[in-house]
Design a binder for this molecule. Structure first.
Ligand code: GLC
Length: 477
């Protein structure tokens, strides 16, 4: 895992070196590879350009009614928390360090005692950062259920105890249910609540670990695991009423009939999606019920931003320091706040959502680095949130050299990341619309401008007001 952080540090250095350059190189590379998937985007975009140019707040794709809140909220908090947090080397440590199931459970999970977990505090950080929804790991690949599951087959390696936070760890004696605490804190704060669930399970007796993933022991084992997984999902939906169900760990998938090592199929993904929807119709489900086949309600690129906006709803999930689950080796590798603000803006300019992760420590405490990042983003959001929430992507086909655009109703927002040295910013103008005001969003200060040939030339202050992103509001009649 140290390598992950080193990679992040390298990347940060590269970003620093590139200084003011706008763009997500990493995302662009991956985006290019995914080009085929996005071919249809160009066509849809062209068809919609007319609508978009008229300034109506629509996305480049249609958002189903049930997903409107999600598409408008734009920004959420991901929380990776499990007994891996106790070990402090990331949620993959059991695998990457070849720790046996027995040793992992007896020396790590058995010590997991998050008495400092404070749902209200976490939710208050999310709220201050401007996050509008939250997704919490109910069960990660390690298999530890973070709720008091009653599904009998999810035992520890001895088969004697249910492998859950309540039944297996010392924290059980507190009688607390941290998922319910979070759910309640979210409800109070007006933040939507979601849950993450891993399809593969390194602990469950139906599977043996094979490489990074798992292999089914038999066909019967596969059938009963899938049934039991559904029983757990029913518990989760019935108990916590999540607005989002975020799946992961679907990697052993194939399109057609399963094998014991590639035991998850497209048909299983379709079935799982229908099952979850049957439990709660309005729930929003990500594509990882079985990725790669356009399933689920939204695409979820991971730690990258596609160069071209996907042709349907999408969300990118991102870490603050290369780690999902708490990793003490990554504590010095937090990104600079401004890059996360710029990521959020980049995502919004492409009609996407941004799910930013935190990894509390094993005792439940939120790290100082995390708090700093969240409060930094909050400072920017407080002044500029209007240009993000409920916005849709850029109305223009061409990316400006200085930053990005978002739009909402009669406004286009110019997100200026590279501040012009000559105090002159040239922005595109919506065709056939009359511009009536140009101002700095952060303080409402009007800026002088002139319009010629659908180009707006704006006189901006000499000193860059915000190095993360200065937003200029272009208001039309
Ligand atoms: C990757 C990681 C996993 C993490 C997920 C979040 O798939 O392997 O641990 O939960 O990303 O998207």
């Amino acid at each position: 895992m140290v390598n992950v952080c080193e990679a992040v540090e390298d990347m940060m250095k590269t970003r620093e070196r590139k200084g003011e350059e706008v763009g997500q190189k990493r995302g662009e590379e991956i985006g290019r590879k995914r080009g085929r998937i996005f071919l249809s985007f160009a066509l849809i975009f062209c068809l919609l350009t007319g609508v978009v140019q008229s300034g109506a707040a629509v996305s480049a794709y249609n958002v189903p009614d049930d997903m409107k809140w999600w598409a408008e909220d734009k920004f959420g908090m991901f929380i990776h928390f499990g007994s891996y947090s106790e070990y402090g080397q990331g949620e993959w440590a059991m695998q990457t360090q070849g720790i046996s199931k027995e040793k992992y459970q007896e020396t790590i999970s058995a010590k997991f005692n998050p008495t400092q977990f404070d749902a209200k505090e976490i939710v208050s950080y999310a709220k201050k950062a401007g996050m509008k929804y939250l997704v919490f790991t109910a069960k990660h690949h390690e298999g530890l259920a973070m709720w008091d599951t009653k599904v009998a087959s999810f035992t520890d390696h001895t088969g004697q105890k249910i492998y859950s936070l309540q039944q297996y760890t010392p924290f059980g004696s507190t009688g607390r249910d941290i998922i319910m605490e979070l759910k309640n804190a979210c409800d109070e704060a007006g933040i939507k609540f979601g849950l993450y669930y891993s399809i593969i399970d390194w602990n469950h007796s139906s599977q043996t670990i094979k490489g990074n993933f798992t292999q089914m022991k038999s066909w019967d084992a596969r059938t009963s695991y899938i049934n039991d997984m559904k029983a757990q999902l029913k518990e989760l939906v019935d108990t916590y009423d999540p607005a989002v169900m975020w799946f992961d760990g679907d990697w052993t998938y194939r399109k057609d009939a399963p094998t014991l090592s590639q035991w998850w199929t497209k048909a299983d993904g379709e079935d799982l999606y229908q099952y979850v929807k049957s439990l709660k119709q309005s729930i929003i489900v990500n594509e990882r019920v079985c990725r790669g086949f356009g399933l689920g309600d939204f695409e979820c690129p991971e730690q990258n931003i596609p160069e071209k906006a996907p042709s349907r709803s999408w969300e990118t999930c991102q870490t603050m320091n290369g780690a999902w689950g708490y990793n003490k080796n990554c504590e010095k590798a937090y990104y600079d706040v401004r890059y996360m603000v710029q990521d959020l803006v980049e995502v919004a300019s492409k009609d996407g959502n941004y799910l930013l992760n935190i990894g509390p420590k094993g005792n439940g405490a939120v790290t100082a680095g995390t708090q700093k990042v969240l409060s930094g983003i909050g400072t920017w959001i407080k002044k500029n949130g209007e240009s993000i929430y409920g916005s849709s992507g850029t109305p223009f086909q061409k990316k400006p050299s200085w930053g990005r655009y978002t739009r909402k109703e009669n406004k286009v927002y110019a997100h200026v990341i590279k501040w012009p040295k000559n105090q002159k910013l040239v922005a595109a103008k919506l065709k056939n619309k009359k511009l009536q005001k140009v101002s700095l969003l952060r303080n409402g200060k009007a800026l002088k401008y002139s319009v010629k040939n659908n180009k707006i030339t704006i006189k901006v202050p000499k000193k860059c007001p915000d190095k993360s992103d200065t937003v200029i509001s272009l208001e039309y009649k």
